[in-house]
Design a protein. Structure first.
Length: 98
């Protein structure tokens, strides 16, 4: 049960081998950065400040200073290891050689 004047949000970060998902109540007027800090995921996943450059709410990229609404799912995105177009080219290369 959430306290009056608070928002229920979820903060998620999916590491290669483990998911970190926390549901928490934050004060009305809180930002994405506030929710991430309160979730404890930064410490649990050993994230650096540079890992927090790409965040979103429900798969839409937002600034860490974006205000939250009740029910939001804050997502911390990992950097891509390879460009998606390059990955498709590599997968398609064996088929082209036949």
């Amino acid at each position: 049960m959430k306290a009056p004047g608070s928002l229920r949000v979820t903060v998620a970060y999916c590491a290669p081998r483990k998911q970190h998902v926390r549901e928490l109540d934050v004060a009305a007027g809180s930002t994405v950065a506030d929710a991430i800090r309160l979730s404890g995921i930064v410490e649990a996943a050993a994230l650096r400040d540079t890992d927090l450059r790409h965040v979103g709410i429900f798969n839409k990229t937002v600034d860490v200073n974006a205000p939250l609404r009740d029910g939001d799912r804050v997502e911390i995105y990992r950097p891509l290891r390879i460009d998606p177009k390059e990955a498709r080219r590599r997968r398609a290369a064996p088929a082209r050689q036949k």
